[in-house]
Design a protein around this ligand. Structure first.
Ligand SMILES: Cc1ncc(COP(=O)(O)O)c(C=O)c1O
Length: 480
C-alpha cells in the first residue's frame, strides 16, 4: 500500500475505558460551553421529532450544532459561531452554501408569480433535461425527487428490460434507502452480506448479490457463475459514503464489458459523482457509457432533484404508451423551484467548467496533502481518501478515518467503513466532536471542499485538524 502512515509510537498510556469515558465527558462539557444554544436546543427537541432530526447522519454525539444560517464555505451556529463546513449539504453544494446566483434565480421566479404551482407543465423542466442529457451523452431522462427513488426506478427498469430479477451490487455502495440497495452497504466484522434493514421484501437477500469494489476478479467470478441471471450491475463509479474512493479504470471497464457480454445493464449511480468532477458524468472520464445513469445532489443546485437518464428505448418502459414500469412521477417531481435552482447551477458549471473543476481539485489536493502531512508528523494511523486517479484528474473530496494499526490511501471500502479495521477509540463521532471545538464541521472524517473555500479557510481547517489530532494523541487515544 502506498503512502502508509507509520504506526504510532508514542508511549502514552493506553486509553482504557475509564480514561476514554473521562475524556469524552470533558469534550462533551467543552462543546456545551462553546455552543450553549445548540446544546440547549438539542435537549428541548426530544418529543415530536424522532431522534431530533429526519436524517440520521445529521446527528452527532454528544449533540449537533444547529445552523442559524449558512453562506459559502461556512455555517453560522445559533450563537453566532462560524464553522468551516465540509459536509456542504450532503455533498450537494459545490459552490458553497446558498450561492447568490441560485438565491437570486429563486427570488426572481417567485417575484414573477411562479414557483409553488406544482401540478402543471412548465418550461424549466425541459431546459434542465436538455442540458443534462447533452452533458451526459444520454438520450432522455425523467426527474424524481430523491436519489433513493432514482436508483429504485433504475433497477425496476433494468428488471423489466431484461426479464431478470437478480441484482449485482458493488459492496460498500450506498444507493439510498430503497429495497434494491439495502444489502452490502457497511461491513460487519469485515463482511458485507447482511441486510441493512428489517421489513424488506422476503426476496431481497436472494435477489441482491455482491461483488467487491475495485475487485475485478470478484466481478469476473460473479459473471462467470451467474452472469445470465443478473438484470443489472449497480455501482458508484466514485464510491461516496463507502469511503470516497474512485473506481479503478480496470474495475469500471470490466463492469461495462461483463454486463454487455452477459446481457445485464450497467447502472451507474452518480448521485454524488455527477457534476462534481466535471460538468457531466464521471463515467465518461473512464470512457464508459452506462445503460442508466442516476444523478442527484449537485444537479439540484441545493434543491431536491434526482434523475434517471439513459437510452430512450429503456426509459420508454416508463412512458405513457408502455406503462410497463411505474416510474411516473410524484407530486413534487420537477417542482419548478427545484428545476430553476438546478438549471441555474448546471448552466453555471457548464459555462465555467474549466475554472470550477480546476478550483475544486486544487482545494481537495491541498486538504488531502495537508492531512497526509499532519498524520505523518503526528504518527497517527490515518486512511485518507478522495484521491484522483488515471481517469479522474482531480477531486474536491478528502475523507479520513483512523485505522486500528496503520493508514494510507485506501483502495477498498473495507479500509474506510465499518468497525473491522477501525481504530478502537477514535471513531467519526469523536473526531467530529473534537473538530467542532476547532470550528470545523466535518463528515466522513472531513468531507468535500466547495469553490467558496479560500486557501485561508483550508489552512485554518488544517491547523484546527492538527490541534484536534494532537489533543487525541495527548489523551493517549492513538497509543497502541
Ligand atoms: C451515491 C448515492 N446514491 C444514492 C443516494 C441517495 O440519495 P438521496 O439521499 O437523495 O435519497 C445517496 C445519498 O447520499 C448517494 O450518496
Amino acid at each position: 500500500m502506498r503512502h502508509e502512515t507509520p504506526a504510532p509510537s508514542a508511549p502514552a498510556p493506553a486509553a482504557a475505558s475509564p480514561a476514554l469515558a473521562a475524556f469524552k465527558r470533558a469534550i462533551a462539557a467543552e462543546l456545551a460551553a462553546r455552543y450553549p444554544l445548540s446544546a440547549a436546543r438539542c435537549e428541548q427537541r426530544g418529543g415530536p421529532l424522532l431522534d431530533q432530526t429526519s436524517h440520521a447522519v445529521r446527528w452527532n454525539w454528544p449533540f449537533m450544532v444547529t445552523t442559524a444560517r449558512a453562506s459559502g464555505a461556512s455555517i453560522e451556529e445559533l450563537g453566532g459561531a462560524r464553522l468551516h463546513d465540509y459536509w456542504q449539504g450532503h455533498y450537494a453544494n459545490v459552490l458553497g452554501h446558498n450561492p447568490p446566483l441560485v438565491r437570486d434565480a429563486l427570488a426572481a421566479t417567485l417575484a414573477d408569480g411562479r414557483g409553488l404551482q406544482t401540478g402543471m407543465l412548465h418550461e424549466v423542466e425541459h431546459e434542465l433535461a436538455e442540458l443534462l442529457t447533452q452533458r451526459t451523452g444520454t438520450e432522455t431522462l425523467r426527474f424524481t425527487t430523491s436519489g433513493a427513488l432514482g436508483t429504485f426506478y433504475a433497477v425496476l427498469i433494468a428488471r423489466a428490460a431484461t426479464g431478470r430479477t437478480r441484482i449485482l451490487k458493488a459492496a460498500g455502495g450506498w444507493h439510498g434507502s430503497q429495497p434494491f440497495g439495502l444489502k452490502g452497504v457497511s461491513p460487519r466484522a469485515g463482511r458485507f452480506d447482511h441486510l441493512e434493514s428489517e421489513g424488506l421484501p422476503g426476496s431481497t437477500g436472494a435477489d441482491l448479490d455482491l461483488v467487491g469494489y475495485n475487485d475485478v476478479e470478484s466481478l469476473e467470478r460473479a459473471f462467470a457463475r451467474d452472469g445470465g441471471q443478473f438484470a443489472c450491475l449497480l455501482l458508484e463509479p466514485w464510491l461516496g459514503a463507502g469511503g470516497g474512493i474512485a473506481a479503478t479504470p480496470e474495475f469500471l471497464r470490466a463492469a461495462r464489458r461483463l454486463t454487455e457480454q452477459h446481457g445485464a445493464l450497467l447502472l451507474c449511480d452518480e448521485i454524488i459523482a455527477g457534476f462534481r468532477f466535471r460538468a457531466g458524468d464521471v463515467s465518461a472520464l473512464y470512457g464508459v457509457e452506462p445503460d442508466l445513469l442516476i444523478l442527484g445532489k449537485v444537479i439540484g443546485g441545493g434543491m431536491p432533484v434526482a434523475a434517471v437518464a439513459g437510452r430512450r428505448k429503456l426509459l420508454e418502459l416508463c412512458s405513457r404508451a408502455s406503462k410497463r414500469v411505474k416510474f411516473e412521477g410524484g407530486t413534487y417531481s420537477a417542482h419548478e423551484l427545484s428545476m430553476v435552482a438546478g438549471l441555474t447551477m448546471v448552466r453555471h458549471l457548464v459555462a465555467n467548467e474549466r475554472t470550477v473543476y480546476a478550483g475544486l481539485a486544487a482545494r481537495g489536493a491541498r486538504l488531502r496533502e495537508g492531512l497526509e502531512r499532519i498524520a505523518a508528523e503526528l504518527a497517527v494511523p490515518a486512511w485518507i481518501s478522495g484521491w484522483p486517479n488515471e481517469a479522474v484528474a482531480g477531486s474536491s473530496l478528502a475523507f479520513v478515518r483512523f485505522g486500528a494499526e496503520r493508514g494510507g490511501r485506501p483502495e477498498r471500502p473495507e479500509q474506510m467503513v465499518g468497525p473491522g479495521a477501525a481504530h478502537p477509540h477514535v471513531d467519526d463521532d469523536l473526531l467530529r466532536a473534537v473538530l467542532l471545538l476547532e470550528g470545523v464541521s466535518a463528515h466522513n472524517g472531513l468531507g468535500g471542499a466547495s469553490l467558496a473555500h479560500t486557501d485561508a479557510d483550508l489552512d485554518a481547517t488544517l491547523a484546527g485538524y492538527r490541534r484536534a489530532l494532537l489533543r487525541l494523541r495527548e489523551a493517549g487515544l492513538f497509543a497502541r
